[in-house]
Design a protein around this ligand. Structure first.
Ligand SMILES: Cc1ncc(COP(=O)(O)O)c(C=O)c1O
Length: 356
């Protein structure tokens, strides 16, 4: 190995760029990261306080992961032996990629797909076949079936971030059944959508469904994700691949508390779905916007030539949304998270003041 290999490798990794976090705007109406603000901060604080009381952080959380998994098992009605956890679903996806994919394996996905996943593939040099969304932000399942034979792994975020698109259930079933390699279905926004594929893992040995408490449970800062997969994979992942103590004692105890009170999460999801409809319908009234349907807790719209102006005008008023720019033929895409009724009204009023 040559002398400068470490510097060269560092240089090469630096040039990849990495995942772009949203701009940090102090005290903003934060509608840029698909978080859930409908769940109150007080409720979350109570969970954390109670978790603190039952935790002894002098100790490693021996047995804690197992207790958490039993709770997830009760929540999703799948056996514990088919469930694994990670430090956010980001970490689960990363560990799957670093252990099951390489320069020699090809991944079939959509364009756009979840940004972090794409960046991770770049980091590991994993080749992608990415199928473009159509102009109305939909995907054609037949395009995926045609490309299946050229790929080892199929990765789909369902619903997709940033479009909010989800295949009709029968179409995705057809695709998953026809794919011979590893299938990863990322359901980070599953609770806001029409269906989940978690039960399908029982009959589909090559399927991994990834879910998270970051979005519907409003626990993005806790960093807790989980997956459902066949028992052999789950065992290998949890006992060999995953770190011995992947999440903190406080995360484990808070996660258990949140899952015990999952009815509250379901109530907030109902509110978010109603608000999503209001945002879509209101934005549709502006001729300058093309608004896309969404099955997630965010809405994508194309503000065309005025997208930078819209983004900056909102930012000046302390409203932070996500600036995406060009997606396919759409030149000025913006993505707004569905927040509380008050947050959404502020966003919509600011748009009205700007364009109305
Ligand atoms: C499609 C998708 N998958 C996974 C994640 C990551 O979630 P987590 O907070 O569990 O790491 C996100 C977060 O934005 C996402 O959009």
């Amino acid at each position: 190995m040559n002398e400068g290999w470490f510097e060269e490798k560092t240089e090469k990794i630096s040039s990849i760029g990495g995942y772009q976090k949203p701009e940090l705007i102090q005290d903003s109406v934060k509608l840029d990261s698909n978080e859930n603000y409908v769940i109150s901060k007080q409720f979350q604080n109570d969970i954390i306080s109670s978790a603190r009381r039952t935790s002894d952080i002098r100790e490693y959380p021996l047995g804690g992961v197992e207790r958490l998994i039993r709770m997830i098992s009760k929540f999703i009605k799948m056996p514990s032996s088919m469930i694994g956890i990670g430090n956010g679903s980001d970490q689960i996806l990363d560990l799957i990629l670093s252990n099951f994919a390489s320069k020699e394996t090809t991944i079939l996905t959509s364009k756009p797909t979840f940004g972090f996943f794409e960046e991770r593939c770049k980091l590991y040099g994993i080749p992608l076949i990415a199928i473009l969304f159509s102009n109305d932000m939909k995907l054609d399942v037949e395009d995926f079936i045609t490309q299946s034979k050229n790929a080892d792994i199929l990765y789909l975020d369902s619903p997709n971030n940033p479009t909010g698109f989800q295949f009709p259930k029968n179409e995705l079933q057809k695709l998953v059944k026809s794919f011979n390699g590893l299938v990863i279905i990322d359901e980070a926004y599953g609770e806001f959508s029409e269906y989940s594929f978690s039960q399908m893992v029982k009959t589909c040995k090559n399927l991994i469904v990834v879910q998270t408490l970051s979005k519907s449970f409003g626990l993005a800062g806790l960093r807790l994700g989980y997956f459902i997969a066949n028992t052999k994979f789950t065992d290998a992942f949890m006992n060999v691949i995953q770190y011995p103590y992947p999440v903190s004692t406080l995360t484990i105890e808070s996660g258990i508390q949140a899952l015990e009170k999952s009815n509250l999460m379901k109530d907030t999801v109902d509110i978010i779905k109603i608000e999503r409809k209001r945002i879509i319908e209101t934005l549709q009234k502006y001729n300058t916007f093309e608004v896309f349907d969404s099955k997630a807790n965010f809405v994508l719209f194309d503000a065309q030539g005025s997208y930078k102006r819209v983004y900056s005008a909102l930012a000046e008023q302390g409203i932070s949304i996500r600036k995406l720019g060009k997606i396919g033929d759409h030149k000025g895409c913006l993505r707004v998270t569905v927040g509380t009724k008050e947050m959404n009204s502020k966003f919509l009023l600011a748009i009205r003041d700007l364009l109305g």
